[in-house]
Design a protein around this ligand. Structure first.
Ligand SMILES: O=C(O)CCC(=O)C(=O)O
Length: 257
């Protein structure tokens, strides 16, 4: 696995979790969205991003949501990370002291557009800038039809490329894309519920549109070395993303909490 990570920028652990683990996350995040919809108040520190191309004919608040950010304080999500297998991966790829700094639940409702080609590090202006590792858990099946990820194997060796705003009119807020690289060697990453993709933050990846009738949900965590400093986006005058919350996960190689 480590060899694959260093050579290709990713590896997949099939059947990492029982499908019920993701289902529980989905139930929890639906609860969060419905409660916020009813009360008009989003829980402190969390952000519910609307889906520009969502299933607008849906009847539930979550039918028009793209992503819910900052879930890693909540037990249903932090318990996923408190797993010796996750600890082992992060110790090997990052070191003995690790924080989880970002979490997002991605609904990808029917009709939702994919996220264009990007490198996650574009969004993480950190010191040190790497290593940063993403953990992408398939909550539902991810297929060609419902908009699975596509990756460009080996592209983690590239520097962070220029990203320009997603050129599609009415694309989701914040979507940025790489347009100066040949992506023709792309590989589709089909996954079953409970499969886990572990990937480098320089790996170029995208996802395609959900043209199926059902959702394609995923839960994503991002981890970095403890002590990493968020320098903020220079282009936003040093604005530090409120989505980055650095929670200790490993200290001296041991899981915290
Ligand atoms: O799951 C998706 O559709 C896109 C996710 C992605 O590209 C990311 O989390 O960086």
């Amino acid at each position: 696995m480590l060899d694959s990570f260093h050579a290709q920028g990713f590896f997949i652990m099939g059947g990492f979790s029982l499908p019920g683990v993701g289902q529980q996350m989905l139930d929890e995040v639906i609860g969060v969205v419905r409660e916020a919809d009813e009360s008009g108040i989003t829980p402190a520190g969390m952000f519910i991003a609307p889906e520009s191309q969502g299933n607008l004919s849906g009847t539930h608040p979550e039918d028009t949501v793209s992503k819910v950010f900052t879930l890693h304080d909540r037990p249903e999500f932090s318990s996923f990370l408190c797993d010796e297998r996750i600890a082992g991966i992060l110790r090997d790829l990052i070191g003995p002291d690790v924080d989880c700094f970002l979490s997002q639940f991605i609904f990808k409702n029917p009709g939702a557009w994919g996220q264009p080609w990007h490198q996650d590090s574009f969004y993480f202006p950190f010191d040190p800038p790497r290593p940063i590792v993403g953990l992408w858990l398939a909550v539902t099946e991810a297929t060609m039809e419902n908009g699975c990820l596509h990756i460009l194997s080996g592209s983690h060796t590239e520097p962070v490329h220029e990203h320009v705003p997603d050129r599609r009119p009415n694309a989701n807020q914040g979507y940025m894309e790489i347009v100066d690289h040949d992506m023709s060697d792309r590989q589709a990453v089909r996954m079953a519920p409970g499969d886990l993709l572990v990937f480098d933050s320089h790996l170029m990846h995208c996802s395609t549109d959900n043209v199926s009738e059902g959702i394609r949900a995923a839960m994503v965590f991002h981890c970095c070395a403890a002590g990493t400093v968020d320098l903020g986006f220079e282009q936003f005058d040093g604005f530090k993303s409120p989505l980055h919350r650095f929670n200790p996960l490993l200290r001296d190689g041991q899981l915290v909490g």
